[in-house]
Ligand binder design. Sequence first.
Ligand SMILES: [Fe+2]
Length: 459
Amino acid sequence: MPSTKFAVPESYRYQNGFNSYHETEAVEGALPVGTNSPQQPPYGLYAEKLSGTAFTAPRAENLQSWLYRILPASAHTNFEPREHATFNTNPENKPHEKIHQIPNQLRWDPFDLDESVDWVHSLHLLAGAGNPTMKSGIGIYIYAAGKDMNEREAFYSADGDFLIVPQHGVLDVQTELGKLLVRPNEICVIPRGVRYRVTLPQGPVRGYILELYQGHFQLPELGPIGSNGLANARDFQAPVAHFDEDTASEWTLLSKFAGHLFAAKQTHTPFDIVAWHGTYYPYKYDLGRFNTIGSVSFDHPDPSIYTVLTAQSDHPGTAVADFVIFPPRWLVAEDTFRPPWYHRNTMSEFMGLVTGQYDAKIGGGFQPAGASLHNVMAAHGPDAATHAAASAAALKPQKVGEGSLAFMFESCLMVGVTEWGLSKCRKVQADYNAESWEPLKPRFKRPTPAAVRVDEGSK
Ligand SMILES: [Fe+2]
C-alpha cells in the first residue's frame, strides 16, 4: 500500500481524476478549439456526441463526450438477432429464464473457468432486479473466458454501465476512447454504449460484473470524514485517445440490447477516435489505493464506510448499487466484537471474494471466485467458528484482510436469482446454513434468583 504491486506491469498511459472533464488527442491538433462541431473538424474527422445522461440533466450529473473519429459509429448494417447457447444475460421473466425470488441465504462454490468462450459469450447473468428497458435496476454477472474476442469484433451494452471486478487473469480492454489494462485488485467501469474489445494477455479470466441499468456510479459523500478519504478522485484513471486506421476490413459489432445479443457488420474499425473531450468515458481504479477508515475507539462503523462507488436511487442515501470492499485494515477497537455483527437488512448484499480469506467467514465455505447473496431481510452474520474465535480473542491491534480482497454489491432492491445461478451453474451450497449458523449454541445464562429484579426501565 498505498498502491498494489501488480505482477503484470502497466501497458498504457492514463489521465487521472473521477468525474473530471478530460480531453485527449492522439494527433496534435485533432481536437477543435473553442467549438464542438465545426463545419470542418480537423484532419477530415467526423464529430460525434456520446451522451450518458439526458442533455438537460443537472450539471453535477451531466455526462457527455465529444468524439472526433474517422467514421461515425452509425456506419454499419442493420443489427440481426444473434442469440447463443452460452449468452445468458436476458433478465426478462420468461418461463425458461425465470428469476427466482427466494428468502434463503445463498452461497456459491467457486465458479468454473471456461476456456472455450470469449468475453461476450462468457457473461452469465447470476442475479438481478428490475429491467433495462425501464432503465431500472441491476444485473449481477459471472464471467469466465479463455479466448480473445475475434480480431475484428467489438461489443457494447445498451443496457447499462458495467462495473467489472476481475478475480483471475488480466483484461486488456480496447475501448473507443482508449485502452485499459485491468488486473485483479483493480476494477473498471465501461459506461453504457461504449464499444470495446477484450483480449486476455495472461490467459483465462474470471470475475464479477455489476451492470447498472439506471444512473451512473459516483463517489460517496464524505460527510464528517472531510475532503479526503475512501476512494480519492485523483486515483481513477481514464484512457488517453488511441486510434487504429482500418477502413477496408469487415468488422462485427455486437450489441447487448435488453439482455439479448445482436450483431451488425461494418467495413471499418470502431476504434478510430483520434481525439475526444468530455465527462463520459471508461475508467479504472486500483483498490489498493483505497484509504480505509474505521473505529479507533469501540464498536465498528457500518460497512458503508468501505464504499468505493455508489449509484443512488431517487432517494438520496439509498443506493441502487454500492460497490463496497473489505480491504486490509487494522482493527484496534476496545471491548468490541470485531467481526460484523449479526444482522438483517432492508438492503440486499451480494458478496464475492477475489483472493484470500474474508475475516467474517473463516469456516472455509466462502472461497475466491465463489459468492454469497444475503437478500432483503435474510439473517446472517459470522459463522459459528468465527463467532467463537472473535468472542475469545485478545483485543490487541490486529491487521486483518492482508492478502485478501472481499467485496460487496449492495442494493436497496430485492435481488432475484436466475435459473443459471440457482441450478445450471451447479455451485449453490446446500449446506450453507447448516455449516454457518445452525451450529450456533445458546450462550445465555439466566442470573441467579438473587440477581433477578423486576424491570425498572433503563438506567
Ligand atoms: Fe451483511
